[in-house]
Each structure stands twice: as C-alpha cells, then as structure tokens.
Design a protein around this ligand. Structure first.
Ligand SMILES: NC(=O)c1ccc[n+]([C@@H]2O[C@H](COP(=O)([O-])OP(=O)(O)OC[C@H]3O[C@@H](n4cnc5c(N)ncnc54)[C@H](OP(=O)(O)O)[C@@H]3O)[C@@H](O)[C@H]2O)c1
Length: 338
C-alpha cells in the first residue's frame, strides 16, 4: 500500500535544517473571559510557489510509525526535524507585557522551559525581559511566537520585528497564527528564516485538514507543530491523525478550556473524580491527560501559585481507565468563539 511514508518522500520535505538541541524540561479560580482575535480562513495567496534548489533538499523518510511520542520522564518530545521540545510550558494570551514578564519568570522558576507568545498578544517585550533576567540558560528555553495575519505579506520584516521585541537572536518555534491570505508566502519566509538561523522550527496554528494539506503542497519544510484549540470537550482526534503523516506534533491552546470556560472543565464530574483519586487539582488532571495523550500543553496563567501547580504534573500518572474516561468526554464542543 502506498503509505504515508511514500507521500512524505514524494513531497521532498527538508529534514532537520538546524542541529538537534537537547533541552531538559520538567512540571482554582481565575476563569472568566474571551477568545483570541478572530481571523477568517480565506486563501487568496497570489504568490507563485518558489522551490528550493533540489540539491539543497534532504528528503525525509519518516514513517507514520515514527510519529513523535512524548518522553514524560524528561518532559520532552523530539520533533520531526530532530529538535527537542518541552511538552509543558506557559501560555501568555491576554497577559499584559508586565504580567507576561511575571508569569514567564514564575514558569521558569517552576521548571517550565516552554514559552508561548505571539505578536498579536502585544507582550513579546515582557517575555523577552523575563528571559533576559532569568538565570536559566537561553539554550534550555524553548521560545515560541507567531506571525499575525496582517503581517503575512511582509513576513520577513515581521520576523525581524519579533526578534527585536523579544530581544533574541533566534526563535525556537515560529507559527503562522491563522490560515489567511498570503499564508503560503509567509510560510516560505519562515523557511528562509530557518535557513538564516533566525528560527529553529516552524509550524501552523488554527489550520484544519484541508488547509494543512494545501500548505504541505506549497512548502518544503513540514510543520513541526500544529497549535489548535484542544481540550477534553474538543479533542481534535481527526486532525491529530491527519497531521501524523508528517510527524507533526499537536499543541493544545485553551488546554484548560480558556479563561472563560476552565471552570466548566474543572467542575466536570469525571475530571473532579480523577482529581480526588490522585489528590491533585482538576487543572493538573487535565494537563496530565494532555501530556499522556501526546498533546503539548501551554496553560495560561497570571497567578504564580497556579503556574507552580501546573508545572507539578510529573509525580503522578493517570490510569488507562482514567484516560479513557476523559477521552469519552469528547463532544465536539469548542470554547473559543470562532
Ligand atoms: N494559537 C491560538 O490561536 C491561541 C489561542 C488561544 C490561546 N493560545 C495560547 O494557548 C495558551 C493557553 O490558552 P489560554 O491561556 O487562553 O487558556 P487556558 O490555558 O485553557 O486557561 C487559562 C485559564 O486557566 C486558569 N488557570 C491556569 N492554571 C490554573 C490552575 N492551576 N488553577 C486554576 N486556574 C488555572 C487561568 O487563570 P489564572 O490566570 O487565575 O491562573 C486562566 O484563566 C495561551 O495563553 C496562548 O499562549 C493560542
């Protein structure tokens, strides 16, 4: 059967533009709110496809069976480009620059090594300040930011602007924030940034099967990560199966249900019972469920106590029955308003 492996080879994906980096990573109240800025999914990209020189390509032979599995003893996953990513970190959506600085500082102090921000959050400078003042070496930190849709037609400049705001020489993971006009050109600008050493890994956010497939046909480096809303009531299993063809890892945004709805998940009887079983909080149960399901998890918080709690999920594990019970909560129910 012509498998996914053959499909990947046909596409001629570049593998491992940057060298592998080993990163040692780890570990109620507060819900009321809103969704991220909305972006409609239109595709009017007029830019013609550019192709890399075939001699510059190293074709991957990654098989579906090599879909990245999380190592929960180290708290990491090896991406499809050979780079190691922490599987748990801090999200910074809705945080001001000063709040983001405090939350990232608390997360680094609690042992988290993954940071998620975005140009549209307006807090990249605060994230940069937290990294600068931390004693954690930069090469142990995995920093993610995202290109906003309005910048897709001038993505190269936008990447440089993010680097300046973050006060960084490189970004570990850069995502297209949403499917939108000029997304293919923007992705190719991210590929150029990988070649230039400004970005180590690239990926997508808020893409579903057809958009993901379209991008695969237009680009050279397969997305290392897809960041989509994923939580117990909206588990993204079909998308996850789909992106397995390129060994792309799913990263969950709104992993706890978001500021507006995390209390709904915390109060779910199944989640509450599992929390009681383990003597942990519902937030910790949900985070642990994500990690055991191979979903990278970036809970957002402005509260250092919550951040310490969210980091502390490596001292217990959910049983197969508990995992199945939470899997059964899937009901195609999004909390985001788009
Ligand atoms: N790519 C995208 O389009 C997209 C969209 C949305 C989000 N994101 C990213 O994903 C991250 C996560 O999403 P999110 O922050 O919106 O939602 P979330 O992580 O699902 O939920 C955040 C809410 O959970 C609360 N919380 C966190 N830990 C807690 C704990 N231990 N106990 C009680 N409450 C707790 C926080 O309140 P406190 O502040 O009081 O702790 C906050 O209200 C974002 O921060 C952002 O980086 C990406």
């Amino acid at each position: 059967m012509p498998g996914k492996n053959e499909d990947i080879t046909r596409r001629g994906f570049v593998k491992g533009a940057a060298g592998a980096l080993t990163i040692a990573a780890l570990g109620m109240a507060g819900c009321v709110g809103k969704s991220e800025p909305q972006q409609s999914a239109n595709n009017n990209d007029q830019t013609s496809a550019e192709t890399l020189d075939a001699n510059e390509k190293e074709v991957t032979t990654m098989a579906a069976s090599e879909v990245p599995q999380f190592d929960l003893t180290k708290g990491t996953v090896e991406l499809n480009n050979g780079i190691t990513m922490p599987v748990l970190g801090i999200g910074t959506y809705i945080l001001s620059s000063d709040q983001a600085e405090r939350s990232v500082t608390a997360a680094l102090d609690a042992g988290m090594r993954l940071i998620d921000t975005a140009r549209i959050y307006g807090n990249e400078d605060g994230v940069g300040r937290a990294i600068a003042k931390s004693s954690v070496p930069r090469d142990e930190i995995f920093l993610t930011t995202k290109l906003w849709t309005a910048d897709f037609s001038s993505a190269a400049n936008a990447i440089d602007a993010s680097l300046r705001r973050l006060n960084q020489d490189y970004i570990d993971l850069l995502l297209l924030h949403h499917e939108a006009a000029s997304d293919e050109a923007a992705y190719r600008a991210m590929e150029d940034a990988v070649a230039a050493g400004k970005v180590r890994s690239i990926g997508l956010s808020n893409f579903y099967e057809s958009g993901f497939e379209r991008m695969l046909d237009a680009v050279s480096i397969p997305p290392a990560v897809l960041q989509n809303e994923t939580q117990p009531y909206f588990q993204e299993r079909a998308v996850k199966d789909f992106i397995a063809q390129t060994g792309t890892v799913l990263e969950a945004w709104f992993p706890l249900g978001g500021k507006g709805d995390c209390r709904t998940l915390f109060a779910d009887p199944v989640i509450a019972e599992v929390a009681t079983n383990h003597g942990v909080s519902p937030a910790q149960v949900i985070i642990r469920w994500h990690l055991q399901n191979n979903n990278v998890c970036i809970p957002g918080s402005s509260n250092p106590e919550h951040i310490r709690e969210d980091a502390d999920v490596f001292g217990f594990s959910l049983t197969a029955d508990e995992m199945a019970a939470i899997d059964d909560l899937d009901r195609n129910h999004r909390f985001a308003s788009y």
